[in-house]
Design a protein around this ligand. Sequence first.
Ligand code: UDP
Ligand code: MG
Length: 314
Amino acid sequence: MLSIIVPCFNEEASLPLFFAETEKVRPLVNMPFEYIFVNDGSSDQTLTVLRELFKKNPDRVRYLSFSRNFGKEAALYAGLQAAKGDFVTVMDADLQDPPTLLPEMFERLYRNSELDCIGTRRADRKGEPKIRSFFSNNFYNVINKIADTQLVNGARDFRLMRRNMVDAVLQLSEYNRFSKGIFSWVGFETEYIAYDNIERVAGETSWSFWKLFQYSIDGIVNFSDTPLNIASFIGAFSCLGSGIAMIFIIIRTFLLGDPTSGWPSMVSIFLFVGGLQLLCLGIIGKYIGKIFLETKNRPLYFLKETEQDQKEHK
Ligand code: UDP
Ligand code: MG
């Protein structure tokens, strides 16, 4: 069986289109389908749409509905946990992950038993604001330099995996989830298919520039301790520098006397060092914050309703 996991946050308009498009490719894939829609605390009629979909196709549609918005990462995890298929794919509801690619991905994975996963990535960054491309490209450059986990630039979450890889991903039950990194960290043989970027069919993206920026910081903090090393390095370097300067000043005072000048330079040095300390504390704080959330060991999500509840009502 092939499980299709679809995280949905305010997708009432996209969902029927998504379902219709995916149903079209169903005959081309030689495997029974299982849809798992995860309603991530939508504030629109997404849940109603899902109930309808289930009523019309009870043999292959399942849905999970969260008690509130827990984020796409939690929705993905819930979907992966619920999936029963030997093959599992993860798709966005807005048709930015074209279902027409599914048959090809499935063929490739099915034929080649060496492969564990077929991923997708955008062929280019056309149609994206220049400034966003700039930051995205730099994010990938930075994280690939400082983290052991390599990320593919432009890789999307849309991927088709074998059961063994899904089970591996499920074992990483951390609270701070950065899927792009997790999929890469577990290893396994992955091949990428490139395709042109597509605009979402309906609704609005939930990613602002600021959210993306925070997401990229999360990615770095979750998969690399290099920022901590940089902080220690800055500290050691400025200690060494000021030590040398002190020796220099002491010797100069002995040789030339002590004219009381240089207040402005003193103040700027104080500010500079103070700033460095705050920066390093901030970096350390970021990691401690992650540890704090992680040690609470909270569940990643709470379910409020699933298709099972519908069955019982009948
Ligand atoms: N999504 C979600 N929870 C959220 C935000 C988004 O489940 O808090 C889902 C959303 O419904 C969509 C997918 O994640 O299916 C990708 O979201 P979006 O299209 O907004 O992101 P983009 O494609 O712009 O990166
Ligand atoms: Mg999208």
